[in-house]
Write a protein of this length. Structure first.
Length: 252
C-alpha cells in the first residue's frame, strides 16, 4: 500500500508535479508523472454520459499493489449527475479575487463519483439537490489558493497535497429548488463559525449542516470538522495527485 509518509512529491514553483520519488520496499525509484491514455475522446464520451470513463491514469514502474485500481475520472455534471455545478473558483467570487479555473470542469475520481451518486439518491426523496462549489482541483489551483491564503486550518498545503487534487473531495451545499439552505456561513468563510459542532449559528443552520452530514456520511463520505461544506473519501492519500495537464480537458 502506498503510504503518504513514504512519498515525497517534488514540485516546481508552478506547482506541477514533474516527478515523484517513491520509497517502496526499501528501494527508492524515480517514476514518471502520471501519463494518460488518450484513446478515449471526451467528445465521444459527451454523447454517452453514463459511461464517463474519460481517462485512465497509469503510473509507470510502480508496484501495482500500491493502488487499489487505475484512476478513472468522471464528469460529475448533468445529465449523468443530477446536481447543480457552481464552481466558485471559476468566478471572481473566491479568496483569490480572480478566477482560478478558466474552464468550469467538474471531475471526480470514479470512486468519489459513485458516492456522489449515492448522496444524490438520498437527497432526492427529500426534495433536495446538491450544489457543487468545487470537486477535482488540479495541483496548480491548490498552489494558487495557497499562495493567496496559506492558512492550514482551511487549506491543505500543496506540498502535502489536497484531497481535491486527488479527485476525491467535494465542496457542496443543499438546494431546495433554487435556494441554498442556510448553513450559517457562506462557502469558504474562513472563520471558526464554519466548523462543525457550532451551537452559535442558528438552529436552522445547525439542522441543515447535520442534514448534509447525514446524507454525505450515509453515502460513504468522510467529513472535515473545520468546514461544513467539505467531504472526502476515506484514505484519500491512496489516490494520486493530479495536475491540470493530466486532465482530459484543462481547467486552468
Ligand atoms: Zn474542500
Amino acid at each position: 500500500m502506498l503510504d503518504h509518509e513514504e512519498t515525497s512529491g517534488e514540485t516546481d514553483v508552478n506547482g506541477s508535479l514533474p516527478s515523484l520519488r517513491l520509497q517502496i520496499r526499501d528501494e527508492a525509484r524515480q517514476i514518471h508523472p502520471c501519463t494518460i491514455d488518450r484513446d478515449i475522446q471526451p467528445t465521444v464520451l459527451r454523447l454517452r454520459p453514463l459511461e464517463y470513463r474519460l481517462d485512465r491514469f497509469f503510473v509507470d514502474d510502480v508496484d501495482p499493489d500500491c493502488f487499489s485500481s487505475p484512476t478513472e475520472f468522471y464528469g460529475a455534471f448533468p445529465p449523468a449527475f443530477d446536481v447543480d455545478v457552481t464552481l466558485a473558483y471559476a468566478t471572481e467570487a473566491n479568496l483569490t479575487g480572480q478566477p482560478v479555473y478558466r474552464n468550469a470542469e467538474c471531475w471526480l475520481h470514479r470512486e468519489a463519483a459513485d458516492k456522489l451518486a449515492a448522496a444524490i439518491a438520498l437527497a432526492r426523496p427529500l426534495g433536495l439537490r446538491l450544489r457543487i462549489f468545487d470537486a477535482l482541483r488540479p495541483v496548480e489551483a491548490q498552489w494558487a489558493l495557497w499562495n493567496a491564503r496559506p492558512d492550514p486550518e482551511f487549506l491543505a498545503d500543496p506540498r502535502r497535497g489536497s484531497p481535491h487534487s486527488r479527485g476525491v473531495a467535494v465542496d457542496l451545499t443543499l438546494l431546495d429548488g433554487d435556494r441554498e439552505l442556510d448553513m450559517g456561513t457562506a462557502f469558504d468563510a474562513f472563520t471558526p463559525l464554519s466548523h462543525h459542532g457550532r451551537t452559535d449559528v442558528s438552529a436552522e443552520a445547525q439542522r441543515n449542516r447535520l442534514l448534509l452530514m447525514g446524507l454525505m456520511t450515509s453515502a460513504g463520505w468522510d467529513f472535515y470538522r473545520n468546514e461544513w461544506w467539505h467531504y472526502q473519501l476515506f484514505d484519500q492519500r491512496r489516490y494520486p495527485l493530479v495536475s491540470d495537464a493530466d486532465l482530459p480537458r484543462p481547467m486552468m
